[in-house]
Design a protein around this ligand. Sequence first.
Ligand code: NAD
Length: 501
Amino acid sequence: MSQDVYEVNLFIDGSEVRPSTGEYQSRYDPGDNSRLIGRVADGSKDVGAAIDAARDAFDRNKGSWVSDHRLRARVLMKAAEIIRERAEELARMESLFAGKTIRTSRLGDIPRTIEMLEYYAGMADKVLGHSQILRTGDLSVLVRQPIGVVAAITPWNFPLLILARQTAPALAVGCTVVAKPASYTPATALELAKILAKAGAPAGVFNVVTGKGEAIGSQLLRSGKVDVVNFTGETSTGKWIMQNASASLKRVVLELGGKNPNIVFDDADLETAANGVTYGAFANNGESCAAGSRLLVHRDVKEKFVRMVAERISRIRVGYQLRDESDLGPLVSQSHMEKVLEYIGAAESEGLKIVAGGRRVYGGDFSKGNYVQPTLIDDTPQSSRLFKEEIFGPVLTVTEFGSEEEAVELANATVYGLAAGVWSRDSSKAVRVAERVKAGCVWINTYYTLPVEHPWGGFKESGLGRNNSVLAIEHYLEWKGLYLDAQPGKMKPYYRLVLGD
Ligand code: NAD
């Protein structure tokens, strides 16, 4: 167990700085709430300085950041290389603060962060426009320019990865950034800022302000110097962001909540599906927008399939996040654990059948942390809160269906539309269902496979816009039309409307 206490400062205009407030917020280990692991700067008085640094770097093309696409590609590649060298250290920091298991950080968060940086490094010099010779012979050229300053507001469940996902495409096309990481998990954001600076990013290109969500967020949103807000977090916060961004008509990208269905048909390969469904529900402690938290299963195989999933759940080892053998770590905070336990309590009050788990994990060191058993709840009706609301923890509900039509109806019966899974050996049925499910990503016979090339974002109240893939750079670019006269000097017939004959 690491004994480090991290001091998480701000990063403004190329340097790590202490907050003007002089205040720090304490952060405790999710696996042991009595152990201090971090002191996090309250940057609420430094937001303006961070925005000014980013604005200045962009407007004055500091270090040729905006104009030199090769420089940007080199910086992103170099940053990826540094992260690769420091992978184990960063994985431990991420897991310590977030409560995610160390194997999740090692196999998921860190390599996927590297992938983000390398992928968008490759796009830095491939931002193309359009051109057309008009019938007059004049030339219309559409160029794409970086939009300016991007505010990235990120959640605690994939702290470094989501920050990289939101900012690598912005940096690749020449924007500058003010990042506001989640208060629980800010340490790797500061590290990313230092890594980018070491990799050659000019001062002001990447700034980090830590502190409370609304205090920092409202300043970023109110500022006329910020052009885009890319937010990942709860749907309710996303709505607040959108309302507040409207004052200056900022462009808004929103990656919000999910209540994702995993639809298992009776003709599915049940062994494979049971593995995918269990993984999809409990990966990252179930604290994932992409969690397949609703199992919809065909009536004819339901009993058998629920037994198969329950058996897999019984093998999940709950444990301290930095232990190699842990499959499920502590939840991020005590209050979040209480929220998850309240949902399980609601299931009990609704008379639902808890097939596996259903309790906080107590005893020995477990009592000090935010551990919840992986939980499976059977026969969850559409009317239940557990069917409709995002729990964001290790809780999987089961609902049966009798027909393809009913499966689609149940899948679409929440306000969310982020992701879904369809399991069937009949590929035309699987594609038919995938087409009708309202979700930004539908996995067929797999779950939670999300390489950078694949777009990510939601339908309905799961968000606006797409991160990942070639689509992500669109948010950070403005189109500009350049018009070139092929016959300069001549009097145009329409000039005569004003100038006369
Ligand atoms: P959250 O909405 O509480 O916080 C997200 C970020 O917003 C944090 O940095 C927080 O400090 C900040 N914030 C909070 N209130 C704010 C305000 N009024 N103004 C500006 N910023 C504010 O979300 P969370 O608890 O950190 O993360 C969990 C949520 O994120 C879940 O709903 C999950 O589904 C969602 N999420 C979505 C995706 C996706 O890709 N769609 C990915 C990860 C998480």
